[in-house]
Design a protein around this ligand. Sequence first.
Ligand SMILES: [Zn+2]
Length: 399
Amino acid sequence: MAEIETLFTRAKLADGSLNDIGVAGGRIVAIAPTGALADAALQVDIAGALLVPAFVEGHIHLDTSFYGDKWIPHKPCTNGFDVHERVAFQAENMASAAPMGERARKQLELCVSNGSLQMRSHVMVDGSVGLKSLETILGIREEYCDVIDIQLVAFPQSGILKSPGTADLLDEAVALGADLVGGLDPASFDRDIDGHLDVVFGVAEKRGVGVDIHLHDFGSLGAFTVEEICARTVALGLQGKVAISHAYGLGDLDADTARRIGAKIAAAGVSIMTNAPGDHVFPPVALLRAEGVTVFAGNDNIRDSWWPYGDGDMLARAMMIGYRSGFYTDEELTAAFDVVTSAGAKALGLEGYGIAIGARADFVTLAAEHVPEAVVAVPKGRRVFKAGRVVAENGALVR
Ligand SMILES: [Zn+2]
């Protein structure tokens, strides 16, 4: 065992036991009942609080939030939810917003202070903004690399076929530093499922990266697109590296069809991201998990052109997912917690995640008796540790 540099004492783990946790080189090197390990040079008293792995923010938009900027009132669509119209509203709003770097920093700090230390952010890459947004967010990622790990998805917010030059830009975005290639409603936005997916999976194959596609389409169109994405994932051997964000269509299906498609999604190793959006149907979390699908979550939009909600707190998100899914039992509440922690880590392909020997010492303390209580109470006053070092306390960054 490596010599312990920092000893975290009296930490309550998910099983209710009180433990001391030894950390060295940013990793957990020892876990033992309180009092069993020798004192270390540096000791941090967790004082009986619940200690859980840091949250995984699996879907956010660092470039388009107005959090910390002036309040921008929400403008409804003229005739029901329309992605094209929302994208146009967003372009209008962005023109008068504070500089992107300033807004992204505020949003990042909000997430870290709530206990998210791993994140996947989509960043707009298309004919209108080119690679400019990505360049800004890559700089921010570098600035915060000691505080949070960030994966970036090159996101074609204006479509691929509808926005000339975007196919090449997505490829360049990955060369520049994006970790995954994104997509957007292949059918309803670009009106060409194959044409859209040819580009997305073409870049993924050429560059050896994963895929994370926004899919808002409802009903059988959405379900059909999910099946197409699964087929391409298997064909390219990309199991475990592909995610579908939102997949509203899965919430529209009868239970038998949902189970059949769920089994297909699980077999293809495709993950499903949901934020339990307020006014839409959303994927049946328990049913998909029962079929073996990795369901993860994110705040998605925080005070942006899409909606005014979002507080950067993945524990609150777990509560919302549980609330909308009708989760009441301890087992169900624990499942909601898993969605924002371990399942998120699996979807993002994170190494060394969890409270275990050898894992990275990225954890959060919660004033709760146990995980089910944490999900319903969403306690604040957290302490957040990255690589065994405190990075946030009581809702603010410690730097
Ligand atoms: Zn999104």
